[in-house]
Design a protein around this ligand. Structure first.
Ligand code: M6R
Length: 609
């Protein structure tokens, strides 16, 4: 989950690398560095901390070379420090490497290289790669890299330059994302498209087991065995400004406000013009194949898993197929019962989450058909799944996922309805009613965003508390779990989400005067029971913000603050009720003076297990 950039051309590499790293900082940001071929040798500048630290060092002693590699790090092996930062070099400083991923056999390789006289300075797994390549180098960097990667076990995306060949930049991909940007007289590498977008919109997406050799005048793609690969360039038509803050103080706030658009885009052409049916051309399974599904497993991590909890509810209620939802890091290891009649749905904003990818592979290995719900076209998950439902949320930069989560919900609603109309488990009128309600959601979110000030005031009151609780039943409980994660993630306030009916079995002991509780009561059929649970906490002095359907008279009487959400079908309420919880987390984080978009210890894309 680190970020890699590389440049070869005629401009000052240092500036292009730093600019690219800024676009990738969300991938990891505990240290950064660059290596540039400068005045006949490889110069390496690294700094612990945010990119600004590195920029300061480079301003003080600029490098004028025109080929280089850069890296922004999220520590795995060894603490964040200057010495553990990338790029890494060998003892002679002949070879320099940036790496994203984990080398599983690095200890054995390190011991072997030490015996051969190499001296190591860092605690990282990456340093073995620079030494290994140097050890195998006989005047041809491409061959040396090919020989070295044969010895590596694990996940890696690599950028490599050699002092003796300053006209070549070598890139390798194995289970960690890497793209090549193709320019005019200059070429680029990046672990993500935004890193190269200011310079080119023509890219190659490397696949696992592939490498690229970049010179100033061209790019060649090879297999690791050296066979030439011919591939069409992919032209990116995103607008770069969509990846910038667009006038908001933080990416997270911008992304919360982008949700109406993300809902509309994700529904896009997937609903027939007459509003009666869902069309899912991207799902290649035939109606007969869909009818063979006996069980569904939904597998994902973090927020995407919480979307899966809603998805479980949607598919079970509408299509009447039993669904299990699992966090991906547990799924593989619990010996899940998978057969050809199992449909596995993996959900991942980035499409690069290692645990989710591993679950996908295990499911396919056992014969299941896998559908991916992902936000990144061309991501690993998208490429490996049998079918892909893309969420059109656009790039999500803030570490805390907001618009990706709600777009995942929309994807589940659409797929759930599609399955339902195919299996004919509900009346067509019901499907039409749900589609009408779905289409109303974007405007309803806009209305909801108008209550931001009430949420902000509540957030400021609770910002100094150490603990708080989210409670709800059914779908409200699923949303409560997402609200709790969001709050913890960016405000660092400890919180727990509880099924309201469970409180009396233990948690109620924690409720005392002034403890904040966020109570969701949006489900009509569960309202009375939820209200009783809310009274259990108010009776013990809790300070409660309730979330109720518009027009509510009851809940408002029992709580301290109330946020109302526009009326919709019970099944669709998560797409609305989560919005105030996102705002709550945002304003609480702001009130505590935290870095909202880059919370401590976290990274946007988690590509290690
Ligand atoms: O890219 P993914 O959707 O696979 O990421 C999964 C989780 O790492 C992610 O949702 C994480 O929990 C978010 N930071 C939560 O806001």
């Amino acid at each position: 989950m680190c970020g890699i950039v590389g440049y070869i051309g005629s401009s000052k590499a240092q500036d292009i690398l730093v600019e690219g790293l800024k676009k990738l900082e969300y991938r990891g940001y505990d240290s950064a560095g660059v290596a540039v071929y400068n005045g006949g040798r490889l110069e390496v500048v690294k700094a612990k901390g945010r990119l600004a630290e590195l920029e300061g060092k480079l301003e003080a002693a600029p490098l004028s070379g025109t080929i280089g590699i850069g890296h922004t790090r999220w520590a795995t092996h060894g603490k964040p420090s200057d010495v553990n930062s990338h790029p890494h070099v060998d003892n002679e400083r002949k070879i320099s490497v940036v790496h994203n991923g984990i080398i599983e056999n690095y200890i054995a390789l390190k011991e072997e290289l030490i015996e051969r006289g190499h001296r190591f300075v860092s605690e990282t797994d990456t340093e073995v790669i620079s030494h290994l390549i140097a050890d195998l180098y006989e005047g041809d960097i491409v061959r040396a890299v090919q020989a070295a990667v044969k010895r590596l076990r694990g996940a890696y995306a690599l950028g490599v330059i050699a002092e003796e060949e300053p006209d070549k930049l070598v890139a390798v991909r194995n289970a960690s994302p890497l793209i090549i940007g193709v320019g005019d007289g200059e070429n680029f590498i990046g672990s993500d498209i935004p890193a190269v977008l200011p310079h080119t919109r023509d890219i190659y997406i490397l696949k696992d087991g592939e490498m690229a050799v970049l010179t100033r005048n061209g790019v060649e793609l090879f297999t690791l065995e050296g066979n030439i690969i011919s591939r069409e360039l992919f032209h990116v038509d995103w607008d770069l400004t969509t990846a910038e803050k667009g006038g908001y103080d933080h990416f997270m706030l911008k992304e919360i406000h982008e949700q109406p658009k993300a809902y509309r885009d994700t529904m896009g052409s997937r609903i027939t013009e007459d509003g009666k049916r869902v069309v899912m051309n991207e799902v290649k399974m035939t109606a007969d194949e869909l009818r063979t599904i006996r069980h569904v497993h939904i597998v994902a991590c973090g927020t995407a898993y919480h979307a899966g909890l809603v998805g479980k509810n949607v598919i079970e209620r509408l299509a009447r197929i039993p669904v299990e939802a699992d966090v991906a890091s547990e799924y593989r290891y619990r010996a899940p019962i998978i057969s050809k009649e199992t449909l596995v749905i993996v959900v991942s904003q980035s499409g690069e989450t290692a645990d989710t990818l591993a679950a996908l592979r295990e499911a396919q290995r056992q014969g299941a058909r896998v559908i991916a719900i992902t936000n990144v076209v061309g991501s690993s998950v998208a490429r490996e799944a049998d079918d892909v439902i893309t969420t059109w949320a656009g790039p999500e930069i803030a570490v805390a996922s907001t618009k990706a989560y709600t777009s995942q919900l929309i994807a589940f609603y659409l797929f759930g309805l599609y399955l339902t109309q195919t299996l004919e488990t509900q009346e067509p009128a019901m499907i039409e009613e749900a589609i009408t309600a779905l289409r109303a959601l974007p405007e309803q979110v806009e209305t909801l965003l108008g209550q931001a000030d009430t949420v902000k005031a509540f957030a400021e009151k609770i910002a100094n508390h150490d603990d708080l609780f989210f409670i709800g039943r059914g779908l409200d409980y699923a949303v409560a779990q997402e609200g709790s994660l969001k709050l913890k993630e960016i405000s660092y306030i400890h919180s727990e989400a509880y099924a309201s009916g469970e409180l009396k079995h233990g948690t109620l002991a924690l409720i005392e005067d002034g403890v904040p509780v966020i109570a969701l009561a949006t489900q009509q059929e569960l309202f009375e029971k939820t209200l009783s649970n809310i009274k259990e906490v108010t009776a013990r002095g809790a300070y409660v913000m309730g979330i109720a359907p518009e027009g509510d008279q009851e809940l408002a009487k029992s709580v301290d603050e109330v946020i109302t959400i526009p009326r919709t079908l019970g099944l669709l309420t998560p797409a609305l009720s989560v919005v105030p919880l996102q705002l709550l987390a945002y304003y609480a984080s702001l009130a505590r003076g935290n870095d909202v978009d880059k919370p401590r210890n976290l990274a946007k894309s988690v590509t290690v297990e």
